[in-house]
Design a protein around this ligand. Structure first.
Ligand code: RFL
Ligand code: PHB
Length: 392
């Protein structure tokens, strides 16, 4: 098999890259390890930055999002006994957000791929990139019991944190930065009407978050210890704990019901540099992970893909490698700004093991300061909204 860009991973990063390239007349093949049903059932992100919404719209992926998504101006934070604080991106930076599930984006991307009869290979096994520093790299894999080889000009490593792409960069070249947090998030999806806004909560019992997917689908999270097991969290226990963390009026407004999904995600910050080795380019979770507190992971995957697609388009349009050469540095500038913000927000809102009353008061003091300061509020709003994409 032959193509221009071999894309490893059919998550949001890989599928969006394939779609944007197709619209520019560039051929690609996507190799995805899991089945279509598995990919389409993963429950993950929910909050899209304005920049992400714009990229999806510009590439013909906005129709269902604009119909079913919930547009909003920012998110609230509540903490012990105080008034709420609203991160107002619309007021301070003129940007809005869309609540629209990653699961839906993934469906929209697969539907668009079907319409153009994209070459998307699910359940590709033993995917391995080769010849990265040559002009003509290739990828080997096994599909339906047959060994295959895909020749290409470039390889895009969009295979998430556990993929093979990053691991194929020699250790002497790759530098990794990592921070693992001593807790996870237990997430519940339930067919109940959500609160009408996104509300983060700092509480001595631990962090909590109220989010949504649509008018009859809610998404909630509570911070849990690293050794927590989903089996130990009945729906009753979850709702009781969630309500114990929110101030009374909010707790009373939460509509409970049976969960339709329940899972625990550990929290981690991770960055791999550089995001390019020869003809291999990393994008999305393959190169970086953020704790979900800042709602940045999917948005970073989209900005990486935006930069990478622009660089590949410039290359195929005139042969210039300037943007490809600048890709890693440009993507990493935006990555580090979101990594820093997500780390800060995680520190501000979670209860760390061994936290003393001093540290709890210091967190509450910082929240009170944010709520009282126009300057601090503008800074938080600017970062939560996401930095603008850099010009080529
Ligand atoms: P993905 O989604 O992990 O997709 C990678 C794909 O590659 C496949 N793969 C392979 N394919 C072939 N060969 C191999 N060897 C392979 N190894 C893996 C995988 O099967 C998969 O299909 O990475 P991608 O595309 O970079 O997308 C990143 C996002 O999924 C991720 O950053 C977000 O979900 C993070 N995230 C959030 N991001 C936001 O922007 N806003 C949010 O509100 C938000 N909330 C969240 C989140 C992530 C969460 N979890 C569970 C980690 C909330 C949670 C709870
Ligand atoms: C979600 O809706 O799943 C969600 C929202 C905001 C976050 C993380 C996850 O910061």
């Amino acid at each position: 098999m032959k193509t221009q860009v071999a894309i490893i991973g059919g998550g949001p990063a890989g599928m969006l890259l394939s779609e944007i390239l197709h619209r520019a007349g560039i051929d690609s093949v996507v190799l995805e390890a899991k089945s279509r049903a598995y990919v389409l059932s993963r429950i993950r992100a929910g909050v899209l930055e304005q920049g992400t919404v714009d990229v999806l719209r510009e590439n013909g992926l906005g129709e269902r999002m604009d119909r079913d998504g919930h547009a909003h101006d920012g998110a609230a934070i509540v903490w012990a006994g105080r008034d709420r604080y609203f991160i107002d991106a619309w007021k301070y930076v003129g940007k809005r957000f869309m609540t629209y599930g990653q699961t839906n984006i993934q469906e929209d991307l697969y539907a668009a791929a079907d319409r153009r009869q994209a070459r998307l290979i699910n359940e590709a096994e033993n995917v391995l990139p080769h010849g990265l520093t040559s002009q003509s790299p290739w990828v080997t894999f096994r599909h339906n019991g047959v060994d295959e080889r895909l020749d290409c000009d470039f390889i895009a490593g969009c295979d998430g944190f556990h993929g093979v792409s990053r691991k194929s960069i020699p250790a002497a070249i790759l530098k990794e930065f990592e921070k693992v947090y001593p807790f996870g998030w237990l997430g519940v999806l339930s067919e109940t009407p959500p609160l009408n806004e996104l509300i983060y909560c700092n509480h001595p019992r631990g962090f909590a978050l109220a989010s949504q997917r649509n008018p009859m689908l809610s998404r909630y999270y509570v911070q849990v210890p690293l050794d927590a097991r989903v089996e130990d969290w009945s729906d009753d226990r979850f709702w009781t704990e969630l309500k114990a963390r929110y101030p009374r009026e909010i707790a009373d407004a939460i509509v409970t019901g049976p969960s339709i999904e329940k899972s625990i995600a550990p929290l981690r910050s991770f960055v791999a540099e550089p995001m390019r080795h020869g003809r291999l380019f990393l994008a999305g979770d393959a190169a970086h992970i953020v704790p979900p507190t800042g709602a940045k992971g999917l948005n970073l995957a989209v900005s990486d893909v935006f930069y990478l697609a622009r660089a590949l388009k410039a290359f195929y349009a005139g042969g210039s490698e300037r943007l490809l050469d600048g890709y890693s540095d440009m993507a990493l500038r935006r990555v580090w700004s979101s990594v820093r913000f997500s780390w800060w927000m995680t520190n501000l809102l979670h209860r760390f093991p061994g936290t003393t009353e001093f540290e709890q008061r210091a967190q509450e003091g910082e929240l009170a300061y944010l709520a009282s300061s126009r300057h601090a509020s503008a800074s938080v709003a600017e970062q939560y909204a996401g930095l603008p994409f850099e010009e080529a």
